[in-house]
Design a protein around this ligand. Structure first.
Ligand code: IMP
Length: 176
């Protein structure tokens, strides 16, 4: 706890840059979905702040739903398999956009993607605020990427360290 309180961190992406990134993504999504009726699937908890800012700028008629991913504790060998909980929207035939905070190895998103594709959606795209291309171990497309970053551990703007720091309005890099 003391370590968390006295965390050594420095600004990585300030609020102004976040706002520019979010606006740019929203413009692309508005354009791509102008004749569609998309469903945005927000992955909690990390994406809550990004999703709130992004979705305020979405001007196409759309639905928003929230999910969580829980690891299966009973099957430790497949640590990447995540159970999808909270989905209460019928996604069959829908144009779905997943909103996630970050894709690192990509295994979490790969698991979610498979589960949503199995629901017979019409299309499925991914919007992420941060992407770590050097860590990515998968090969599915990510259409909307806010910013590509190397490998710092980041906190703030929804990103957490043991549940802390999600509320910070900017993104910070954690220093050793
Ligand atoms: P992946 O399965 O390796 O792509 O990991 C994705 C998840 O790891 C994200 O949804 C985050 O919850 C978490 N994560 C990855 N990198 C960071 C980071 O730099 N800060 C905070 N959380 C992170």
């Amino acid at each position: 706890m003391e370590n968390i309180k006295s965390l050594n961190k420095e600004i990585f992406v300030d609020s102004e840059e976040i706002s520019q990134i979010v606006t740019r993504l929203a413009e692309r999504i508005n354009n791509d979905y102008k004749d569609k009726d998309p469903v945005f699937v927000v992955v909690l908890n990390g994406a809550f702040m990004f999703a709130a800012d992004l979705l305020k700028q979405i001007n196409v008629l759309s639905k928003i739903t929230f999910i969580k991913l829980a690891s299966y504790t009973s099957d430790k060998s497949s640590g990447t398999v995540k159970q999808l909980i909270g989905l209460n929207e019928n996604l069959k035939g829908k144009d779905v956009v997943i909103i996630e905070d970050i894709v690192d190895t990509g295994l979490t998103m790969q698991s979610l993607r498979k589960q949503l594709l199995a629901l017979d959606v019409n299309s499925l795209e991914i919007a992420v605020l941060m992407f770590k291309p050097h860590k990515f171990q998968c090969n599915y497309p990510i259409k909307y990427i806010g910013k590509e970053i190397e490998d710092p551990f980041i906190v703030g703007y929804g990103f957490d360290l043991d549940g802390y720091y999600r509320n910070l309005p900017a993104i910070y890099q954690v220093k050793e």
